[in-house]
Design a protein around this ligand. Structure first.
Ligand code: GLU
Length: 275
């Protein structure tokens, strides 16, 4: 296995924009600096929002930017069975429960927005199952704590590298509640798919935006339960739009294809992203 392997993992839910270009370049540069590898992973678990056209656009834009990738491209939509096998495993170990709650139900029951031991009374669960109501599988933190052991659970930590310095951070999964492993509109939810793939792809480093700086607190629980290796984390800054907000699909002028059509070169694009 490579000493340093990382990945750029976009979700093709819209056009690639300056923020993606910046993130992709950060990932590529980190791998190059370490003499390691950078993979491209298409995180298309949301089959309603991720389209083949967005994916093709994304690949073409990365090509145009001159960013090349090592190893095979992984598409998450081709691995649903692998994610479901993890859910089955956790289910056999009594670590997950069905959550039928809708978003408004969750907000009214759990003002913090995070579900904790939110399983319904058995009778209510049977009723909703019989009614064919949609549900997601949630990981019970209480059951996970029992399985891992109180001491080990409280000692879980992860490593974050920032400006060349490394820091060990104690994981606080309780702040995030019982996370959903599946979705009502997709066979798998983000944390499970990403953490699973980082493990099976042998990622030594996970480099992604500040917006996901909290994710390791959750992902560490899955790694501990599944015996998956822990990567080192780095969180890069986010590129903001002219309105000072994080770039999104609504910033059409910042789309790579639009900048390219307006005559900008790849180095113009990187300079804009770095500004
Ligand atoms: N697919 C996620 C995104 O587009 C990134 C996930 C990750 O890097 O772990 O924001």
């Amino acid at each position: 296995m490579a000493n340093f392997r990382t990945r750029f993992a976009p979700s093709p839910t819209g056009a690639l924009h300056l923020g993606h270009a910046f993130a992709a370049a950060e990932v590529r540069a980190a791998a190059d600096a370490a003499g390691g590898e950078a993979y491209l992973r298409i995180e298309n678990i949301d089959l309603t929002r991720c389209t083949p056209a967005f994916e093709a656009g994304l690949v073409a834009d990365l090509d145009w930017l001159g960013l090349a990738w090592d190893g095979p491209v992984r598409r998450q939509s081709e691995h649903f069975n692998a994610y479901l096998a993890v859910v089955s495993d956790l289910r056999e170990r009594g670590l997950v429960y069905r959550c039928f709650r809708t978003r408004p139900e969750i907000v009214s029951t759990f003002p913090s927005g995070c579900v904790l031991s939110g399983d319904l009374p058995a009778q209510e669960e049977r009723r909703r199952l019989a009614a064919g109501d949609p549900f997601v599988w949630r990981l019970s933190l209480e059951a996970a704590r029992r399985e891992i052991g109180d001491l080990m659970f409280s000692a879980m930590s992860f490593e974050v590298e920032q400006d060349g310095r490394s820091q060990t951070i104690r994981a606080e999964p309780d702040l995030h509640g019982d996370i959903a492993l599946t979705r009502k509109d997709s066979p798998v939810a983000y944390h499970l798919a990403a953490t699973h793939d980082d493990a099976v792809q042998g990622m030594t480093h996970v480099i992604r935006g500040q917006d996901l700086a909290e994710a390791p607190h959750i992902q560490v629980v899955l790694q501990t339960l599944m015996g998956w290796p822990q990567p080192v984390y780095r969180h890069h800054r986010l590129v903001l739009g002219p309105d000072g907000r994080r770039l999104s699909k609504t910033h059409k002028s910042q789309a790579i294809a639009a900048l390219r059509a307006a005559g900008r070169t790849p180095s113009d694009v990187f300079a804009m992203a770095a500004a």
